[in-house]
Design a binder for this molecule. Structure first.
Ligand SMILES: *[C@@H]1O[C@H](CO)[C@@H](O)[C@H](O)[C@H]1NC(C)=O
Ligand SMILES: *[C@@H]1O[C@H](CO)[C@@H](O)[C@H](O)[C@H]1NC(C)=O
Ligand SMILES: *[C@@H]1O[C@H](CO)[C@@H](O)[C@H](O)[C@H]1NC(C)=O
Length: 396
């Protein structure tokens, strides 16, 4: 009994289950067809949903692909726009600024093995780029040898021209072995009395692959200047005034800016030394006060020296900026020298002072390294120029 019961129970239970399901259906106050319709439509709905999800997924993938395609297309379009819109500009920059806009320079190179002397001639420039809107330029050139950079020469400044004829020759002492590892750097600047001089372009000539059997003379295109090896020593502004009748030379140290920082804190405590040398020997020396923790000090300090008219041509004025240090030796931040042996901007300032007696003449100067100024001062010519020669040297 128990066994039959046991075998019956599942069927009964299924039957019971089925009947209870039918009971349940019957319990719903709807006709049976309606209920089946609901079930079928429910299933359809689920199927539809699944289908939708599937389609969405597929669409997403497709969209992704499409997006990628679009991006590719965009890139293509962009590429085209860049080529059509930007490339002429690039060409302008490449072609124009280096070749047309920056200008050309005629230079010469000659090496005398007996004297170990390299002569760099800066002959003329042509079609210099104007860095001032609506104005021509006041160009001058600077030349030095890398990697030593022990001397920097400057040509005179030419007024209001973009085709200056410099015709200056500069000599560098250089052994043959050094020569082959060196590069001549010629930079052309636009002079300005009151602001930093703008560079127009530069020319670099590697000396290793030059045939030194004859003088090399050729035109080179001025290029965009390289920034990397420029060590900036800062700039200084001072005024010079010479009164011949009273033999008074007045130097007003006005201000300096962008000085090289010498302290660990990224600042300096600068002061300025004003020195006069007569016939290469140290003669007179004065100092400004120390300005604390600044790289752009304002001094406005005036120094007056007695310099006879016959001495003024034999005098070198050395202006140097120093970092004051109470603990250790003071360090030179930068230096500049003026006088009849100076060149470029420094000579110009000095000559402007001489040709404008009694009037203060203000000018900014780029500071150079102390070593460089020392070596140039040490190698200066012995015979000072006459006034006539001096004016000849810078006025065109
Ligand atoms: C090099 O300089 C010496 C001494 O001034 C001179 O005699 C010689 O002719 C020069 N050599 C060349 C190739 O110019
Ligand atoms: C600079 O110093 C002079 C003379 O000491 C003075 O007259 C002038 O006002 C000063 N300039 C400035 C801007 O401080
Ligand atoms: C430059 O020369 C001065 C005096 O002639 C000297 O005291 C100084 O040490 C020199 N500086 C450098 C960096 O050679």
């Amino acid at each position: 009994m128990g066994a039959s019961r046991g075998s019956l129970t599942p069927t009964t239970s299924t039957y019971h289950n089925a009947s209870s399901f039918e009971d349940l259906l019957r319990g719903i106050p709807l006709p049976q067809w309606a209920i089946y319709t609901i079930f079928v439509s429910g299933g359809l709905l689920i199927l539809l949903c699944l289908l939708c999800i599937c389609i969405k997924c597929c669409c997403k993938k497709k969209q992704k692909k499409k997006k990628q395609k679009d991006q590719l297309n965009l890139k293509g379009v962009n590429g085209q726009t860049t080529t059509t819109l930007v490339q002429p500009d690039v060409e302008d920059v490449d072609y124009g600024s280096t070749k047309q806009h920056r200008g050309k320079l005629l230079y010469s190179l000659d090496y005398n093995t007996t004297k170990s002397e390299l002569s760099v001639g800066i002959k003329q420039a042509n079609g210099l780029k104007s860095v001032n809107v609506g104005r021509s330029g006041d160009p001058y050139a600077k030349v030095y040898i890398l990697p030593d950079k022990s001397k920097t020469f400057e040509t005179k400044v030419f007024k209001n021209t973009l085709n200056p004829t410099f015709n200056e020759l500069f000599t560098f002492q250089l052994s043959k072995s050094k020569l082959l590892k060196s590069t001549v750097v010629i930079k052309v600047f636009d002079f300005s009395r009151f602001t930093t001089h703008t560079i127009i372009g530069e020319l670099r000539v590697q000396l290793c692959d030059i045939n030194w059997n004859h003088v090399r003379e050729e035109w080179g295109d001025l290029e965009e200047p390289a920034k990397f090896e420029e060590v900036d020593f800062g700039e200084i502004c001072f005024s010079l005034r010479y009164v011949p009748t009273t033999s008074k030379l007045t130097v007003v140290i006005l201000e300096a800016k962008n000085l090289r920082s010498m302290d660990f804190g990224g600042s300096s405590d600068p002061y300025v030394k004003v020195q006069l040398a007569l016939d290469k020997t140290k003669w007179k020396k004065r100092k400004t006060s120390v300005k604390k923790k600044t790289l752009n000090p304002y001094f406005n300090e005036s120094f007056t020296f007695n310099v006879m008219f016959d001495q003024i041509k034999r005098v070198n004025l050395v202006i140097s900026v120093w970092d004051y240090d109470a603990m250790t030796r003071n360090d030179a931040i930068g230096k500049v020298f003026l006088g009849c042996d100076a060149s470029g901007n420094q000579l110009k300032h000095w000559a402007d002072m001489l040709s404008n007696p009694r009037r203060p003449v203000v000018q900014w100067h780029n500071l150079l390294s102390a070593e460089q100024v020392n070596s140039t001062l040490g190698l200066k010519k012995k015979t000072p120029l006459s006034n006539a020669q001096l004016f000849d040297k810078y006025i065109k």
